[in-house]
Design a protein around this ligand. Structure first.
Ligand code: UDP
Length: 331
C-alpha cells in the first residue's frame, strides 16, 4: 500500500516509517521539521511541508495518491498547551481538519490517528479501558479528544474510517540502534534519566514521592516504540479488511513507578544517577495504566518488548549513540 505518514520525521513517526518500509509498503513522509529530523526518515519519499499549507497538501495527494494516512504530527507538551492553547488548537485541531478535507477530496478513507491517554484525565479506575469517561485536563488532551469526535462524525457522514490509538507512555528505541528519541526540549522521564546516566545532564528530579503508590512515586505504563508502531500496522490491516472506525488504548498493561525506572536505568547502564527529590508536577495522576485488551483482541496486536529492562536497554543504546555523535561534533 501507499501510506502517507504525516510527522514521519518525529520520534514515533520515524520508527513507523521504518516498520512500514520493512513490511514492503510504499511510504511518503510529510513533515515540516519543526521538531522532527530529516535524517530520521530512513527511506521512501520525503516532502518538507506543513499541514496548514493547502497547496502543498494538494500536491502531495495528487502526486503520490496515498491509500491510507497515518497522522503523527502534533504538539505534545502538556504544560506548553496550557500556556499556549491557541497554537495547540491550531496545530492539533485545525491542521488535522485540513488533512481530513484533502483526504475526502481525494477519496482517501483510511486514517490512523495518534491519540493519547491524556483524553482520560484523572482516572476513576486503573487499568483504563476504552469505556472509561473522557475528561481531559488540559488543551493538549482536549485537542486530541476533539479530533476523536470529529473522526466519529466523519465516519458516519463520509464513510472515512479511522482508528484512534491512545498512547500511554511511548518509550524505548529501535532495537537495531538506527533510530530513537530526540526531543528538544526533552521532558520525558526515560530519556532524561538516561541523559543523567550518560553525563549529558547533571541530575534527574523526581516529581513527588508522596503519592499513594507502593514506593510513593508515580506509576506509568511505558510501551515500547516498536510495539506502538506494530499496533499501527495492525490497525492498517484492520481498516483494509473493512474494520469499522474505532479507538484503542495502547500500553503494556503493567505500570512501573518512577523509582523502578530509575533502578532499571542504573542497572542497564551500570551508572549511578544523581537524583533530586522535587515537588509534585501539576496535573500528574498517581497511576496511569492502560487496559489494552481490546487492541490485542480486535486488532490482533501482539506486543513483544513488554519488559522494562528491554525498553530501557534499547533507549540506552540510542543514548550512547547520541553521546558519541555529540562528542564527534564538539571534537
Ligand atoms: N517525571 C519525573 N521527573 C522528570 C520527568 C518526569 O519524576 O524529570 C515523572 C512524571 O511526574 C511522571 C512520569 O515521570 O510521573 C512520566 O512522565 P513523562 O513526562 O515522561 O510522561 P507523562 O506521563 O507525563 O506523559
Amino acid at each position: 500500500m501507499k501510506v502517507l505518514v504525516v510527522g514521519g520525521a518525529g520520534y514515533i513517526g520515524s520508527h513507523m516509517v521504518k516498520m512500514l518500509l520493512n513490511a514492503n509498503h510504499q511510504v511518503i513522509t510529510l513533515d515540516n521539521l519543526s521538531s522532527g529530523h530529516r535524517d530520521a526518515v530512513i527511506g521512501g519519499v520525503f516532502v518538507e511541508g506543513d499541514l496548514a499549507d493547502n497547496d502543498c497538501l494538494y500536491r502531495v495527494f495528487e502526486e503520490h495518491k496515498p491509500d491510507a494516512v497515518m497522522h503523527f504530527a502534533s504538539f505534545i507538551q502538556v504544560g506548553e498547551s496550557v500556556r499556549k492553547p491557541d497554537i495547540y488548537y491550531r496545530n492539533n485541531v485545525t491542521n488535522t481538519l485540513n488533512l481530513l478535507d484533502i483526504m475526502l477530496k481525494f477519496n482517501v478513507k483510511k486514517f490512523i490517528f495518534s491519540s493519547t491517554a491524556a483524553v482520560f484525565g484523572e482516572p476513576d479506575y486503573v487499568p483504563i479501558d476504552e469505556a472509561h469517561p473522557n475528561r481531559p485536563l488540559n488543551p493538549y488532551g482536549r485537542s486530541k479528544l476533539m479530533i476523536e469526535h470529529v473522526l466519529a462524525d466523519y465516519a458516519k457522514a463520509f464513510d472515512l474510517r479511522s482508528v484512534c490509538l491512545r498512547y500511554f507512555n511511548a518509550a524505548g528505541a529501535d532495537p537495531e540502534g538506527q533510530l530513537g528519541e530526540r526531543h528538544d526540549p526533552e521532558t520525558h522521564l526515560i530519556p532524561l534519566i538516561l541523559q543523567a546516566a550518560s553525563g549529558r545532564r547533571e541530575n534527574i528530579q523526581v516529581f513527588g514521592r508522596d503519592y499513594d503508590t507502593p514506593d510513593g512515586t508515580c506509576i506509568r505504563d511505558y510501551i515500547h516504540i516498536v510495539d506502538l508502531c506494530s499496533a499501527h500496522l495492525a490497525a492498517l490491516d484492520y481498516l483494509v479488511n473493512g474494520g469499522e472506525s474505532d479507538r484503542f488504548n495502547l500500553g503494556n498493561g503493567s505500570g512501573f513507578s518512577v523509582q523502578e525506572v530509575l533502578d532499571a536505568v542504573q542497572k542497564v547502564s551500570g551508572k549511578q544517577v544523581k537524583v533530586i527529590d522535587g515537588p509534585r508536577r501539576d496535573g500528574d495522576p498517581a497511576r496511569l495504566v492502560a487496559d489494552a485488551k481490546r487492541a490485542r483482541s480486535v486488532l490482533n496486536w501482539k506486543p513483544v518488548f513488554t519488559d522494562l529492562e528491554t525498553i530501557v536497554k534499547h533507549a540506552w543504546q540510542w543514548e550512547i549513540k547520541c553521546l558519541d555523535r555529540a562528542s564527534k561534533v564538539s571534537a
